[in-house]
Design a protein around this ligand. Sequence first.
Ligand SMILES: [Zn+2]
Length: 135
Amino acid sequence: MTEKTVQAYVNDGRWLARCPDCNGANPVKRGELMVCGHMSCFPGLNAMAQRIKPGLEKLPPSKWLFVNVPDLAERELTRQEAIKRGKAYEVEFPPEKEQQAIDKALRPRPVHAMHWQPGQTVKELTDLNKEMGVS
Ligand SMILES: [Zn+2]
């Protein structure tokens, strides 16, 4: 693990990793760099834009309603800026087969009990499942 690597873990059924700068948890995906979207780091990663609610385009503008959509252009600019500043982190996941086994072991649990920490084995998870009465 280098200083440019963060470790994935599971909390409430989500794969997350902590930002080395603000300690905020960020959703992560295998094969993608993590850029922190928290306010003190790169809030632009959560940028939203508005578009006319689909179906209302032909009405006069006074009748338009708007919906929020991700501002993909702003988000990409933010991501590039983070990479340029060395603030995009590799995410260390367990090997793919083990990750799938972890997801499978957690699936029977209620979402608030779906947790995994690096180093925890699949057997430990399934043993816990038995104690919890789920499997
Ligand atoms: Zn951060």
